[in-house]
Design a protein around this ligand. Structure first.
Ligand SMILES: [Zn+2]
Length: 241
């Protein structure tokens, strides 16, 4: 009798131990980036050392102000707004960056917190008009006081965004609205900043509406590429005699 009870107790203990070890292994695997892919086949974001505690600001384009570009039917009913796309992608980008370890704030288009904003990076998220065109665009301030840093940010976005979305660069339509974007003039001039047009509400609607997670991954990867580059440059500068 007593022997049976002991046997049962040790079996229970062993089960608890196995579950605990399995749980710890799963947690470690996820942290290292070996999580299960989500419905769209994207792996969850892993922790990125260079992003740890970095302050990242995202502008959810047109939020708190207007709808931005719209798609309408023949009767003039609004079917899709740019602001809703921007908000979804900003939210998903923030989630991915937080998993990487960054401290992320989502701002409105004319957020009071933009004045003198100090952050590791600011990216404003917009989308283009409802026309039958395809492609994304990214721009930094024409009169940036940190032109080399801005160029590195732009290069990272131009590398990561098309890789994640499959969208081509659409350079012909980068406007003064982008290169002299209002937020560029309000933030601290030492804060690296870019504005991205995710794609066209018309020609890229399938991606923007059905797979915003791909756009979010593109923005996230671009930001992480930039933060990793800056971190490596800082370490190299510190190591230099
Ligand atoms: Zn816009």
């Amino acid at each position: 009798m007593r022997h049976d009870a002991l046997n049962q107790a040790s079996r229970i203990l062993l089960t608890i131990l196995l579950v605990a070890v399995g749980g710890i292994a799963l947690l470690m695997a996820r942290t290292a980036g070996f999580g299960l892919p989500d419905a769209s086949g994207l792996l969850p974001q892993a922790v990125v050392g260079a992003a740890w505690n970095d302050q990242v600001a995202l502008i959810s384009g047109h939020a708190g102000n207007d709808s931005g570009a719209v798609c309408e039917d023949a009767a003039g009913n609004v079917l899709l707004t740019e602001a809703s796309i921007n908000a979804t992608v900003a939210e998903q980008t923030a989630r991915r960056l937080r998993r990487a370890g960054a401290d992320v704030t989502i701002l409105d288009e004319y957020d009071d917190r933009l004045r003198g904003l100090e952050a590791s990076v600011l990216v404003s998220i917009h989308a283009d008009s409802c026309i039958d065109a395809s492609g994304y665009k990214a721009a930094v301030h024409t009169y940036s006081q940190i032109p080399e840093t801005s160029a590195r940010l732009l290069a990272c976005i131009d590398q990561a965004y098309p890789a994640a979305t499959g969208l081509p660069h659409h350079p012909d339509t980068v406007t003064h609205n982008m290169t002299e974007y209002h937020a560029f003039k309000r933030i601290d001039p030492q804060t690296p900043a870019a504005i991205v047009e995710l794609g066209f509400l018309g020609g890229d609607q399938a991606l923007l509406v059905d797979h915003p997670e791909r756009a979010a991954k593109g923005i996230t990867d671009g930001i992480l590429c930039f933060l990793e580059g800056e971190s490596a440059a800082r370490q190299a500068a510190e190591a230099a005699p």
